[in-house]
Ligand binder design. Structure first.
Ligand code: WT7
Length: 649
């Protein structure tokens, strides 16, 4: 580590205010203005949201009631009608935005394409017509398993346009994971591609879909985009090519108006049990939340070229590659591949060549860039940048300072945005021209958001002490339920503190009332900004014939934030070996996806348990971190188990 970084750490408590010229042009340009709007938003929320909804969205008919709240169920803009795709596309037509770039695409092999708003609109209309001609209707579920290409956004918007509910499955998930998601929501169609490019290799998406579809009776149709031209098998009667059904369809499509509470998408995310949760978002409130946060947190302007590096398989890709960005009429950069292909300067080269002005990425990526070295960003002209963003996990102050100096040239504010799949839109973040930043803090809540840090009894904890982060009021972009499991929705989020949303995160507020998110406090890991449920990994492991019992825990990792360590006991007669470790790692990757492949597997004769038989994860975490087992071990059944685990480490 260079001495420069060490000084940065020492200055961690310093406040960074945006340069005066940034403030002067900002959508919210002073702290006083933020305070005023925030006060309005919490003192008269329904008035505030009604004004914002009228200003930011195009409604076909106005709502009768802004909010109907019967905890834990919210309905926003009750009786209002709109079409989400129309808001993202049609309303920009007939304005100077019509011929502006909506999507600037770069494929990993280097191919480039720009779609203007007019062209994107035509593509979405074609896709909407194709979906309707296959018999898809309002309310039908459509799974999307695509590389990061413009057609992924086209498919999402086409579903929105006809009122179908999309569920995007990240291209890194395995066929098992696709199958489970399709079966959970009973998807009628799948939109996929022959493959996608990743580090110079083809990810065989269609082959994965084929394997998943061996056990998904609900699927009637598969639309396949030709991207990589690798041979794929097409099942007659079920599979059709995008270039046959979409490209040949009419580019005219009349968008119907849908109720504001019409389901827009289901996105699966990990929780503390083995089964992923189908987070349901609806139309009006979600679009308002993403549109407003995009405009104010990213300070979006007509002239911006905005790039969020997230995949559409995650909520960040939904809210801040597609919906919130296009509804503002901005230009969204889409890049297909890896940050280090062909060289570790790919991102900087993209920023340079496309003159990106706003760049939004994850701390785990920033730490990798730091490690790869300053020479790569230094090779490129990054002077087009004016704002930087961070999301997915707490950003450590060293990474913050590096990002600020080396990428932002010391002139770009950084927005550290805290939110979740469930919250739909950014909840806690600096507004760059208004809220001074402190490296490592997400700072203050967005309009209408009322977060608190509380103890187990729900009492607010004093400044500078740790507690649980809760949100005390409903907000427009909040999830509405978990698909098919409303009980779990209530239990998971609303029963620790009745009527109050529990985030699952630990947090502290400092003497300026700034929020400092500590990370998850439930059995959920954050590996490279991805949420992985320990129970999912464990259930994948015990499905292997050699495994008797498994426990997954996180170990602090410089690059990934957390690394995944699993402790495994084997069935009687099975021998431990390095080969078996590799087999088990591959087994987890096959069951869930490569992102859940354990970093380290440790065989154990037994796992530390309480007298009542509960695995003591806290001890395993300490062992995984390589430290001594501290804290209370009085409930431990057999201390020799711990001793032997430590000696094997
Ligand atoms: C969890 C949500 C929201 C999009 C990406 C992840 C952690 C997210 C931050 C941040 C500290 C953060 C939290 C949260 N997280 N952003 N700026 N600072 N922690 O979405 O997969 O739903 O995960 O990511 O722990 O609960 P997700």
């Amino acid at each position: 580590m260079s001495s420069e970084n060490i000084t940065s750490v020492a200055r961690e408590s310093r406040k960074h205010t945006a340069p005066r010229d940034f403030q002067a042009q900002a959508n919210i340009g002073s702290f006083a203005r933020y305070r005023k709007l925030y006060a309005e938003s919490v003192n008269a929320p329904e008035k505030f949201w009604a004004e914002q909804a009228a200003e930011h969205l195009l409604w076909r008919s106005m709502w009768k009631k802004v909010l109907q709240w019967k905890a834990p169920h919210a309905k926003w803009f009750v009786g209002g009608k709109l079409n989400v795709a129309e808001n993202c596309l049609d309303r920009h037509l007939g304005t100077p935005r019509e011929n502006k770039a909506a999507i600037v695409f770069e494929g990993e092999p280097g191919d480039q394409r720009t779609l203007t708003y007019k062209q994107l609109h035509q593509e979405v209309c074609r896709c909407a017509n194709a979906l309707e001609s296959l018999g898809l209707r309002k309310g039908d579920r459509v799974a999307i398993y695509m590389p990061m290409v413009p057609e992924a956004a086209v498919a999402m918007l086409a579903c929105a346009r006809i009122g179908a509910v999309h569920t995007v499955v990240f291209g890194g998930f395995s066929s098992e994971a696709i199958k489970d998601r399709i079966n959970d929501c009973q998807a009628k169609a799948v939109i996929t591609a022959d493959g996608g490019w990743r580090r110079g290799k083809i990810v065989e998406l269609k082959a994965n879909v084929d394997r998943a579809l061996e056990a998904t009776p609900s699927v009637e149709h598969v639309i396949v985009l030709e991207r990589t031209k690798n041979p794929v098998s097409m099942q007659t009667g079920r599979d059709v090519w995008w270039h046959d059904v979409v490209s040949r369809a009419s580019h005219r499509h009349k968008a119907k108006a849908f109720d504001a509470e019409t389901p827009l998408f289901i996105l699966y995310t990990s929780g503390s049990t083995g089964k992923p949760k189908g987070v349901l978002h609806t139309s009006g409130g979600y679009l308002l939340g993403t549109t407003m946060t995009a405009k104010y947190v990213f300070d979006l302007k007509e002239t911006d070229t905005y790039w969020c590096t997230a995949d559409v398989g995650w909520i960040t890709g939904h809210s801040y590659v597609v919906y919130g960005i296009l509804s503002n009429g901005a230009t969204s950069v889409v890049y297909e591949g890896a940050p280090n292909h062909p060289e570790p300067d790919r991102f900087w080269s993209i920023i340079d060549r496309h003159a990106v002005t706003i760049f939004y990425t994850a701390p785990t990526a920033i730490r990798a860039f730091m490690r790869w070295g300053d020479a790569y960003p230094k090779k490129h002209d990054l002077s087009s940048l004016r704002l930087l963003g961070s999301v997915g996990e707490p950003i450590n102050p060293e990474a913050w300072m590096w990002y600020f100096k080396t990428i932002g040239g010391g002139r770009c504010p950084i927005v550290d945005t805290w939110w979740q799949t469930e919250t739909g839109a950014i909840m806690i973040s600096p507004l760059p021209g208004a809220i001074p930043q402190k490296p490592g803090s997400a700072t203050l809540p967005f309009f209408g958001v009322v977060p608190k840090v509380v103890d187990d009894q729900g009492k607010e904890v004093p400044k500078n002490s740790g507690g649980k982060l809760v949100i005390t009021r409903p907000w427009p972009a909040m999830l509405r339920t978990l698909w098919g499991d409303d009980d779990r929705y209530t239990r998971q989020y609303w029963s620790d503190y009745p009527g109050i949303y529990f985030t699952g995160d630990g947090c502290r507020r400092d003497s300026d009332s700034y929020f400092w998110i500590v990370g998850r406090i439930d059995d959920v890991l954050n590996v490279s900004g991805h949420r992985i449920g320990t129970a999912e990994v464990e259930s994948a492991l015990v499905s292997h014939p050699s495994v008797a019992e498994a426990a997954a825990v996180g170990r602090p990792d410089e690059l990934k934030g957390q690394a995944l360590v699993v402790f495994v006991t084997l069935k009687n007669g099975v021998e431990t070996s390095e080969a078996l470790k590799e087999t088990l790692r591959q087994h987890v990757a096959r069951e869930i996806g490569a992102l859940a492949r354990p970093d380290s597997i440790r065989f154990a004769a037994a796992l530390p348990k309480t007298r009542s038989g509960k695995i003591m994860r806290r001890l395993l975490k300490e062992i995984a971190a390589g430290g001594a087992v501290k804290g209370d071990t009085t409930t431990l059944e057999d201390f020799s188990v711990v001793a032997s685990l430590q000696s094997e480490g």
